[in-house]
Design a protein around this ligand. Structure first.
Ligand SMILES: Cc1cc2nc3c(=O)[nH]c(=O)nc-3n(C[C@H](O)[C@H](O)[C@H](O)COP(=O)(O)OP(=O)(O)OC[C@H]3O[C@@H](n4cnc5c(N)ncnc54)[C@H](O)[C@@H]3O)c2cc1C
Length: 365
């Protein structure tokens, strides 16, 4: 669909809106596609007026934060808004709690660092996750046994239809493993404009995941946990400013206990964790064992230290990565009967037909 069909060449664009802007520096895979219209937004008034303008002209709007969980695979029609809504203020609450309200465009890691400096507990295990505070609830970011939902009280949203701004309670957001209503039910309904965290003043550390405890010498403290998380992550994951990537490319698949037990019998070193009535398999282990770690093809590849991370060495467009993804998925399915699911969000949203068209075009060249 050409989203400009309702906007004539004579239409004056609002201030700050540019046409045909490259998104290469706005996604950590560094793929070079364009936004038809583009604006960087720093305040709520401007955000409301731009969403209103787009609505009036029937233009679709996509909001991006740090672009660290994206797979852009074609030019994005309509208006792309880069969220840079700022602000961070704390409010003392009774007892053990601190409420911290953070603008959606604030950098997540800097915000975590701020909580650690202030001796507030809750998000230290989520240090060094790239991106913005406002995107954290979208996929309910998680690491080292902690998810953002564990410390989230409310999410402030802009209703895209009414342009009203209001708070939604965290327990109504449908949080699950790397999932929330913001990715599904509410995908086209809201933009997140701020979050409210409920942090603890008294020590409450979680060290039992990812070998964190072994990284800490002496008595554990908030600062030591924060530093350990940063150290472990830096040693295992590529810095997107140095090697383009979007973190974990696949979710850890869930399988039934029966399937898990069968796999464990065939592959005794299988890495898995009980999760409710099911088992979560380490997708990185499946990909690694299938022999993909460190492989490269057409300028993209599988990170040499962590098979869950796909990296872009020099591709300008996404096709080679889509092909690599398809090959890994097919191979893992053949070997283990397990379907891998992609974690980053693909933009623009393409139909299955368009997607297979892209892949077959690529294989003909
Ligand atoms: C090296 C690396 C390590 C990572 N490690 C982890 C990890 O340990 N755990 C984890 O969970 N994730 C991880 N990620 C993924 C990513 O950092 C998170 O998902 C992060 O929250 C994305 O934030 P962003 O601002 O970059 O979002 P973007 O990539 O810009 O956007 C992601 C999605 O959210 C939507 N969105 C963004 N902002 C808003 C908003 N304000 N309102 C509504 N929708 C919005 C976008 O439209 C898009 O669909 C990692 C990524 C990298 C590159």
């Amino acid at each position: 669909m050409d989203s400009t069909q309702h906007i004539s060449d004579a239409t004056i664009l609002p201030p700050r809106v540019e046409k045909n802007v490259s998104l290469q520096q706005y996604n950590t895979f560094r793929f070079d596609y364009q936004a038809e219209f583009f604006a960087l937004v720093e305040d709520l008034m401007t955000l409301k007026s731009l969403v209103g303008w787009a609505k009036q002209h029937n233009i679709c709007v996509t909001m991006l934060g740090g672009g660290s969980n994206l797979l852009i695979s074609a030019d994005i029609p309509g208006l792309v808004i880069i969220n840079r809504l700022r602000g961070c203020h704390a409010k003392e609450e009774s007892g053990n709690r601190i409420s911290l309200i953070v603008g959606a465009g604030e950098n997540w890691h800097e915000m975590v660092e701020f909580t650690v400096q202030n001796h507030w507990f809750g998000v230290e295990n989520l240090a060094l996750i790239p991106g913005t505070a406002g995107a954290a609830p979208v996929q309910n970011i998680g690491a080292y046994g902690v998810e953002v939902k564990d410390s989230l009280a409310r999410v402030q949203v802009l209703d895209r239809q009414t342009l009203d701004v209001y708070w939604v309670n965290a327990q109504d957001c449908g949080f699950a493993y790397r999932d929330s209503h913001f990715k599904g039910l509410w995908k086209d309904k809201y933009f997140i404009t701020a979050i409210e965290l409920s942090l603890k003043k008294r020590a409450d550390l979680l060290l039992s995941y990812g070998g964190l405890a072994n990284q800490i010498e002496g008595e554990p403290s908030l600062k030591k946990v924060f530093q350990a998380v940063c150290q472990v992550r830096s040693s295992k994951l590529p810095d997107p400013n140095v090697l383009a990537n979007a973190g974990s490319f696949f979710k850890n698949p869930m399988v039934s206990t029966t399937q898990h037990n069968q796999l464990k019998e065939s592959f005794p070193s299988l890495v898995s964790f009980p999760h409710g009535n099911e088992f979560k398999l380490a997708a990185g282990w499946l990909i690694d064992q299938a022999g993909w770690k460190g492989k490269t093809q057409q300028g993209v590849g599988v990170y040499e230290k962590q098979a869950l991370v796909l990296v872009n060495h020099q591709a300008i467009k996404a096709e080679p990565l889509l092909e690599l993804e398809a090959n890994i998925k097919a191979n893992v399915f053949n070997l283990y009967g397990v379907e891998l699911e992609r974690e980053p969000v693909q933009l623009p949203v393409l139909s299955q037909k368009e997607l297979s068209g892209m892949l077959s075009e690529e294989s003909q060249t």
